[in-house]
Design a protein around this ligand. Structure first.
Ligand SMILES: Cc1cc2nc3c(=O)[nH]c(=O)nc-3n(C[C@H](O)[C@H](O)[C@H](O)COP(=O)(O)OP(=O)(O)OC[C@H]3O[C@@H](n4cnc5c(N)ncnc54)[C@H](O)[C@@H]3O)c2cc1C
Length: 521
């Protein structure tokens, strides 16, 4: 019976030596030890690595467990699945063809799991395959037209393709290992199985996606690009297929719609067809960009040495005030334009695997909800986001993003000049009060001052706010029954972030896995 040792300091010694010391045993008693999770502990006086070890002793595990040493427990079957990713699917026959709409993490992993169960799954994607999509996005950044179907949000891999590729989540379920195993088999560095704060980088994701696509096709699935679903086909109160923009009708089911939070036309089609949804709170603000050196100095006061570029996750919860927090921090990354419609400005963050850029960025966002939206129908949050995104475009009259130095923002002062930024379209000095509502401005101010206490220089002139960050998650949620079908439209399964059932690459992929398991079962 192997043991799990949690939260031990990892130094240059062999894992067996570290395990022996933690358990108070001679090294000779440790038959095998391996690191199964590790991450930088920047809270320590000198930043160091901490992690979990899987340990086998020559004998006497039960006696060790009886001692109830802190952080020591039995290695379970769930731990094993998490580690190996080995999770065979229940193969069965398929009277109808499952249809998955959207090749983002939720749709892609739902389709892969259905394929493993022998389903002749059809995956429909409105945008381009990733190889072509990269060219389309780069063309837009070089001044070309915005392609409403294939862009930073739409196309193979979904919103996660041009991202930092952080692949961690607060969940630690055993079947997350299945997702990681697919990523590693498709070319991800095996270290993602261990790193607590694992990230792939946009370049790695772009290489992994064609491998996953081919796996799906080889297993009997079909993938169609530039195939936008415009309507759900409903017969006798049941969803029985989809209509495409070409007019073609495709019968099949169940229909899993994993369209992401920005496909507002697709969300409208689901509502029109009768799927019930409710409005949700979201968080909105701006991206803050600093030189990475400021973050490194703040978090690694003794020097960075061989450690990765410093990363942070900060929160501010003033009593009686609005919570604000940093989100999607990208060390060594760049701020990117993330709109899918003309006449709007939206920003987000991305990085390459090496995280070598000289900047660090994160979203500083404030919680908003129906009281701010001024309505509580399912589309109210989308309208609120849209107003801000259009105000941001009007403020500069172009895809250049409105921006303000942090110290000027705190003093309600237009920035006389702006620092160099990673933003592809450039940034333009704007008083951000013209873009963001007062409640968000006030929430951000309190948070920036609090974050400056944790990372000196965070609220200084060296930081620049680039606005707006509106698409942090879905402002509505489709209601699902225990079978994961829509409560009001059986045959339809809303999945992933756009449906309000996931937030982030791994959590959306996990929702795709879970809905597929339900369908298979
Ligand atoms: C720039 C950026 C950086 C990010 N960085 C990270 C990160 O580092 N880590 C992290 O965990 N998360 C990150 N995220 C968030 C993450 O990408 C999303 O949470 C995740 O992609 C959601 O997955 P999804 O499958 O639910 O939806 P999406 O990824 O949005 O995928 C939806 C797919 O559906 C397609 N689609 C939409 N409508 C239709 C239709 N009608 N017909 C056919 N296809 C359709 C779209 O083209 C798209 O490909 C980032 C997001 C962005 C934009």
């Amino acid at each position: 019976m192997p043991l799990l040792l949690q939260n031990v300091v990892l130094d240059d010694r062999e894992p067996a030596a570290i395990a022996a010391e933690a358990l108070g045993l001679p090294v000779g008693r440790v038959a095998a030890a391996e690191i199964v999770r590790r991450g930088v502990d920047a809270r320590a006086r000198v930043a160091l690595w901490r992690g979990n070890l899987r340990v086998e002793l020559d004998q006497g595990e039960a006696a060790v467990l009886r001692q109830r040493l802190p952080g020591v427990r039995e290695w379970t079957e769930r731990d094993q699945v998490r580690r190996t990713g080995f999770l065979p699917a229940n193969r069965r026959s398929w009277p109808t063809r499952p249809i998955v709409v959207g090749a983002g993490p939720a749709g892609l992993f739902a389709a892969l799991r259905l394929m493993e169960a022998g389903a002749p799954v059809l995956l429909l994607e409105r945008g381009d395959p990733v190889e072509r999509r990269v060219g389309v996005v780069n063309g837009f950044w070089r001044g070309g037209a915005l392609d409403a179907e294939s862009n930073l949000l739409f196309g193979e891999g979904g919103a996660g393709t041009f991202s930092d590729g952080k692949v961690y989540t607060r969940r630690r379920d055993g079947d997350l290992g299945w997702i990681f195993r697919h990523l590693v088999d498709a070319g991800a560095d095996p270290s993602v199985l261990e790193e607590s704060w694992a990230h792939l980088g946009t370049d790695k994701i772009r290489a992994i996606l064609p491998v996953l696509r081919q796996k799906l096709i080889d297993g009997g699935g079909e993938v169609r690009f530039r195939a936008r679903m415009t309507d759900l086909l409903v017969r006798d109160g049941r969803c029985v297929g989809v209509r495409l923009a070409s007019g073609e009708e495709v019968a099949g089911g169940p229909v899993i719609v994993a369209a992401g939070h920005s496909a507002r036309d697709t969300i409208d089609a689901m509502l029109r067809a009768g799927a019930a949804a409710e409005v949700r709170p979201v968080a909105i603000g701006a991206r803050v960009e600093h030189p990475q050196a400021i973050i490194d100095t703040g978090l690694y006061p003794k020097g960075r040495g061989e450690l990765p570029p410093a990363s942070y996750r900060l929160a501010h919860n003033p009593p009686g005030g609005r919570s604000a927090y940093t989100f999607c921090m990208c060390p060594g990354g760049m701020v990117v334009p993330a709109q899918n419609e003309p006449g709007t400005n939206v920003v987000n963050g991305m990085s390459f695997a090496a995280r070598r850029a000289v900047w660090a960025n994160s979203a500083v966002i404030v919680q908003v909800g129906p009281a701010d939206y001024g309505a509580d129908d399912p589309r109210a949050g989308q309208r609120f986001q849209d107003q801000i995104e259009r105000a941001a475009f009007r403020a500069t009259g172009s895809f250049a993003a409105p921006a303000q130095r942090v110290d000027d923002f705190l003093a309600d002062r237009l920035s006389a000049d702006l620092p160099r930024s990673s933003y592809p379209f450039g940034i333009q000095s704007v008083d951000l009060r013209a873009v963001l509502p007062p409640s968000i401005i006030e929430g951000m101010k309190g948070a920036l001052l609090a974050f400056d206490q944790k990372i000196p220089g965070f609220a200084s002139a060296a930081g620049v706010l680039i606005a707006p960050e509106t698409r942090t998650t879905s402002p509505l949620r489709f209601l699902r029954s225990p079978s994961f079908e829509s409560t009001t439209l059986p045959g339809l399964i809303p999945s992933g972030e756009g449906a309000g059932w996931g937030g982030g690459i791994v959590s959306a992929a996990h929702d795709g896995f879970c809905v597929a398991e339900k369908v298979i079962g």
